[in-house]
Ligand binder design. Structure first.
Ligand code: MG
Length: 352
């Protein structure tokens, strides 16, 4: 999973301090704030019944990812830790010392027993989903410790493990809660695309930041043959923009599936929890498209837009209208007509 880069450091207490003065459940929500401020906000949109399962789902996957991202651990040891993670978390409330590449992540693992005790108290149908997804994600992490993302198909596969599985797990949690009933939520392909759309948006947006830290998430197929090294896209601006625009359009191809998914949701709060990040993603893609700043620095979407979505989005119709508006403006800038084809699919989406 890609991490959020926190550009401002909140002056709050460290998790280790908080672990002494908060109970296990409170600790989980404090930890969530530390490791993902934006997710900690969106989770409050969920119905009460789903908040704890989704919070624990996120923290456990974050724990797994903390192991994966720690470059100090020996590779064999890491593979063992990842492969045994799901089974072990169901047997014991374990902690891990000196694992994690930032203080917050180290603290999370040091007090992971608090997270796991809350997890153990969840209803069995939730634990089953969390276990299944954790195990499969660990499998994918081990796979990509050895394989590179070359083609767009590899990119989809890689994103399936780090984000698609999160979408699939969330859908299963919604169904397990009985708040959602649509069979579309059991369609893994649809849930996968919900995750892929968000993940690809982040990967495209973070190009410059990732490059600076020697991390490459853009598939070679997008740029090999056009430039020799990925960083050459910064020097050849037109080529850089061509690659960027192709990547944005690749991500936009997930929009019709996202509409299909969102339309099937019945609970208004679950709907908002799912729709708001998707709206933020498409608004982000609209700002990234043909924007040479992406090649050189971090481009942020305007805060006002996020606030507006939080305040105003309640229904599928509103969401679709917003998507159509953004696709129309992108379509005007896209000579390849590909955005227009996506727009046509979204517009034809009338079974509401
Ligand atoms: Mg990782």
């Amino acid at each position: 999973m890609k991490k959020e880069f926190s550009h401002f450091k909140p002056s709050e207490k460290r998790l280790t301090e908080l672990s002494k003065e908060t109970d296990d459940l409170e600790f989980c929500y404090e930890a969530l704030k530390k490791v993902s401020r934006s997710f900690a906000v969106v989770i409050q949109q969920l119905p009460k019944e789903l908040q704890d399962p989704v919070c624990l789902f996120y923290l456990i996957l974050r724990g797994l990812d903390t192991v994966e991202d720690d470059m100090q651990i020996d590779q064999i040891e890491k593979e063992k830790l990842l492969t045994s993670f799901a089974e072990r978390m169901n047997k014991e409330a374990f902690t891990l010392k000196n694992i994690g590449d930032t203080q917050d992540y180290q603290d999370l693992m040091l007090h992971f027993d608090k997270v796991l005790r809350v997890y153990h108290g969840l209803a069995p149908q939730y634990k089953e989903v969390i276990t299944e997804i954790t195990d499969e994600m660990a499998h994918g992490m081990n796979k990509y410790a050895h394989e590179k993302v070359i083609s767009y198909a590899d990119w989809d596969d890689y994103c399936y493990y780090v984000a698609g599985l999160v979408g699939i797990g969330l859908s299963k949690l919604f169904l397990a809660s009985d708040l959602e009933k649509s069979e579309k939520l059991a369609d893994k392909a649809l849930s996968n695309e919900m995750g892929l759309f968000l993940q690809k948006t982040n990967i495209i947006r973070d190009f410059a930041e990732d490059l600076e830290q020697d991390r490459v998430f853009w598939p070679e197929e997008a740029w090999k043959g056009r430039v020799e090294k990925l960083e050459d896209l910064q020097k050849n601006e037109q080529t850089g923009l061509n690659v960027l625009n192709e990547m944005v359009i690749n991500a936009l191809n997930h929009v019709p599936a996202c509409m299909d998914y969102l339309e099937s949701l019945e609970d208004k709060m679950v709907f908002r929890f799912c729709a708001i990040p998707q709206l933020m993603a498409i608004a982000t893609l609209a700002e990234l498209y043909n924007n040479e700043n992406v090649l050189h620095k971090n481009v942020k979407i305007r805060k006002g837009r996020t606030a507006r979505y939080f305040m105003s989005i309640n229904t599928f119709e509103q969401t679709k209208t917003e998507f159509v508006k953004i696709l129309q403006s992108l379509s005007k800038q896209d000579p390849s007509q590909k955005v227009n084809n996506i727009l046509t699919k979204v517009n034809a989406y009338e079974n509401v």
